[in-house]
Design a protein around this ligand. Structure first.
Ligand SMILES: Cc1ncc(COP(=O)(O)O)c(C=O)c1O
Length: 351
């Protein structure tokens, strides 16, 4: 006889990772930063003492982030990737009978996290332009809603929530419901209308902002992200967190990254220039894609998604495929841009 598992967990699909790329291909399936680590960050990692446990409170990094964002140290929480903080927020706010609301399609980790908490997912479809329908989301709040996940720029559509839309939404949501603004890609945003969570924290007592070092800072492999928000909410996250899961290497690397923000700003500017070249090239080919604001673009290939993915693979582009909706392609190495545009042109011409 098999051992007893929670039926909801046994039925779950494990998290699907972006596909690895064959030798002659570009891995554009996980929205990673293609640049090598900044030397000072590599040095900080090498200098970490791995025989000792890390500082469980991540005091040094929290102090740096508190200073940067003008909040107190208790209003900063650090986790082993921002995805772990999303899980902590779900566990801290929601259990059986409670609802967690989010737009769909969005970050693939959301549904599993809700199920593991024992809560119920309530989803609202994205608008046709790939952005969240925040009006419909506000209307979907019930007395069981405990947590709302708002993702801007949205993974995988790369569309943003505007500041005006977000303010209207926050005015409509009861302040007993926690809103987590997932800004994993915020550093790449160039649209001046887009929401920026950190300055809004003092206005909304039910807001938590999530950011990460995985994307713009190129530390995906070290697993480190953070949340800004009310201290008592982040204390609840700290209570649900697995102790000591944020390594010393990750904490030191993140501090070194903050010490070298200019280097990252230069990388981001280069990646955004590539992103805009891809966007313009695709639009010139006739693609109608949401305005990309993350380090990735969305090809709305619909029913032709599987065939289009094969064309991309043949051109050495390994992307994230969501049949029958579309394909998400990360902005990667400079040489990948022309390959992607050639593949996309072939899709338009042949499918
Ligand atoms: C929208 C969004 N949020 C959060 C994450 C998690 O990032 P990490 O756990 O690496 O900080 C990702 C990663 O792909 C993401 O796309």
């Amino acid at each position: 006889m098999p051992v007893h598992l929670r039926p909801a967990i046994a039925a779950l699909q494990p998290y699907r990772q972006g596909r690895p790329a064959p030798a002659d291909s570009f891995k554009l399936s996980s929205n990673e930063n293609p640049f090598p680590p900044v030397p000072a960050v590599a040095e900080a990692i090498a200098a970490s003492a791995v025989t000792r446990y890390p500082d469980a409170s991540a005091a040094g990094l929290r102090a740096r982030l508190a200073e940067r964002f003008g909040v107190t140290v208790d209003e900063v929480h650090v986790g082993a990737g921002s995805v772990s903080i999303i899980q902590q927020l779900a566990d801290a706010t929601s259990g059986p009978g409670d609802e967690i609301l989010y737009s769909w399609r969005s970050f693939e980790a959301y549904p599993g996290i809700v199920t593991v908490a024992g809560a119920t997912s309530v989803t609202v479809p994205n608008r046709a332009d790939g952005a969240h329908d925040l009006v419909a989301m506000a209307a979907a709040v019930t007395e069981r809603t405990r947590l709302i996940l708002v993702c801007s720029p949205n993974n995988p559509t790369s569309a943003v929530v505007t500041k005006a839309e977000f303010e209207e939404f926050m005015a409509a949501v009861p302040d007993t419901v926690l809103v987590a603004l997932d800004e994993a890609y915020r550093e790449f945003v160039t649209d001046p209308e887009a929401v920026d969570g950190a300055p809004l924290l003092e206005r909304y007592p039910n807001l938590v902002v999530l950011r990460t070092f995985s994307k713009a800072y190129g530390l995906a492999g070290l697993r480190i992200g953070y949340a800004l928000g009310p201290a008592y909410v982040l204390d609840a996250c700290r209570s649900t967190a697995i102790p000591l899961s944020v390594t010393e290497s990750a904490q030191r690397a993140a501090i070194a990254a903050l010490d070298h923000e200019d280097d990252y700003r230069a990388q981001i500017a280069e990646l955004n220039a590539r992103r805009d070249r891809i966007r313009d090239g695709l639009r010139a080919q006739g693609w109608e894609l949401p305005d990309p604001q993350g380090n990735f673009v969305w090809l709305p290939t619909g029913a032709r998604t599987a065939d289009a993915a094969e064309v991309l693979t043949a051109h050495g582009i390994v992307a994230r495929v969501f049949p029958p909706e579309g394909i998400r392609v990360s902005v990667g190495e400079d040489e990948s841009v022309e390959r992607l545009l050639a593949a996309a042109e072939e899709v338009v011409r042949t499918l």
